[in-house]
Write a protein that binds this ligand. Structure first.
Ligand code: AP5
Length: 216
């Protein structure tokens, strides 16, 4: 199964991608995670991306298209992929269509996760992750079962993203509305789009996605 998760920052794309990954065996491909790894490794791509990401703007189409082109060929995508954070512009969506045709792959569905802007700010500013295994948490909505200890790996090394402050989140939201939201119409016109209510609890959103995918 090959899916795109579409939605504003904090909509729950990463959270739901991990749930779908566990359920289906398809591999989560997060361009945000890949760019942050490049920043941490100090690669040429990372050096180009860092300032842009900290300003809440989009990294150039060329960079992210090249990253995705390599990633979807990797053996861990043999059972499919879940694109989380890509495409984010119509140019990226056009490029993805070309790549998929070239690689003889098919896009099964695009899942749009809808959440109000003010709720997103609260979600993002409260988010933290395990620095060891990447499991995601939230100060209010998803705390570790034992305070200060990751549920998944037992480590106590949590971190917060540099772009998860309110000022940058508002810029990321503006970038979403201006550059990414036209993709809703783009995929709706291709009869690939399903929309889910991302305001519900995490498990309820997961059930809605599963049900709607099954009935496509
Ligand atoms: P990226 O890392 O993709 O960030 P984003 O799109 O802004 O999305 P987030 O990761 O912030 O949110 P999410 O939807 O995954 O939510 P999550 O599940 O974590 O991109 C970062 C930057 O990289 C961009 O600004 C850009 O500069 C660059 N970039 C990346 N891709 C690019 C591309 N294709 N082109 C150009 N530039 C690119 O959930 C958020 C929090 O809410 C968590 O704490 C979670 O526990 C909680 N939560 C989730 N669901 C629920 C729920 N239903 N109820 C309550 N809490 C919930």
């Amino acid at each position: 199964m090959n899916l795109i998760l579409l939605g504003p920052p904090g909509a729950g794309k990463g959270t739901q991608a991990k749930i779908i990954e566990t359920r289906s065996g398809a591999n989560q491909l997060s361009t945000g995670d890949m760019l942050r790894a490049a920043v941490a490794a100090g690669t040429e791509v990372g050096l180009k991306a860092q300032e842009v990401m900290n300003r809440g703007e989009l990294v150039s189409d060329d960079i992210v298209i090249a990253i995705i082109s390599d990633a979807i060929d990797a053996p861990d995508c043999a059972q499919g992929f879940i694109l989380d954070g890509f495409p984010r512009t119509v140019a990226q969506a056009d490029a993805l269509e070309g790549l998929m045709a070239e690689k003889h792959k098919t896009l099964d569905a695009v899942v749009e996760i809808r959440v109000d802007d003010e709720k997103l700010i609260k979600r993002i500013t409260g988010r933290f992750t395990c620095g060891n295994c990447g499991e995601g948490y939230h100060d209010e909505f998803k705390l570790p079962r034992n305070e200060g200890v990751c549920d998944e790996c037992g480590k106590s090394d949590f971190k917060r993203r540099a772009d998860d402050n309110e000022e940058t989140v508002r810029k990321r939201l503006a970038a979403y509305h201006a550059q990414t939201s036209p993709l809703i119409e783009f995929y709706s016109a291709k009869a690939k789009l399903i929309s889910v209510d991302g305001m519900k609890d995490i498990d309820d959103v997961a059930v809605e996605i599963e049900t709607k995918l099954a009935s496509m």
